[in-house]
Ligand binder design. Sequence first.
Ligand SMILES: [Zn+2]
Length: 207
Amino acid sequence: MSTTATTEWSAPGRTVLPPKGRLALKLRAGQRVSVVDLEGQQVMDFIASMVEDPNERLSAMFTRVSMGKWDLQEGYTIYSDRCRPMFKVVKDDVGIHNMTGGYCSKYSNSIRYGVEETWGCLDNLIGDWQEFGLDPTAINPDQCISLFMRILHHDDGRMEITEPTSRPGDTIVLEALADMYVGFSNCPEEHNPCNAFHVTPMAVVVE
Ligand SMILES: [Zn+2]
């Protein structure tokens, strides 16, 4: 554990993440956090772990199974890998937020697009966890939900990353149901349509 780790709870306020930027938050139960797609068609990946025990992580798999849907939507609950509630989606303008799991990284860009050493969401999320002195090697792909990311699941079994439908100002509001560490990554991916090939700023508002 780093001796310089941030231990402060996050204060209310609005932060604009530049393209490819990141933000680490430590939220108390009851606080709300809004993610605003300022210019539209931009993905924000996020991970979460319980403060009580950071080895209890957000689980995209348990969340989508509890919902019976691939995409996160208003009114539903995000669960941990021990099936405890972590967030409630209290408001959502879009209804398309990918929960297949995973995040972009230099590894995925290498096998999928043949490019080396690109900056990815994983790098941002590692930075977020290091800020708290948490073990970045404990981050796993099931821990990540990709806000505004649109993946089509075709009848013939194919899945396809497409451009998001989010418009400027579209927002999702999450209410924390436990004390949590949260890491955000404004997705840097430019090799597929997930950000419409144009990465843009995002805002995060803590209440
Ligand atoms: Zn990404």
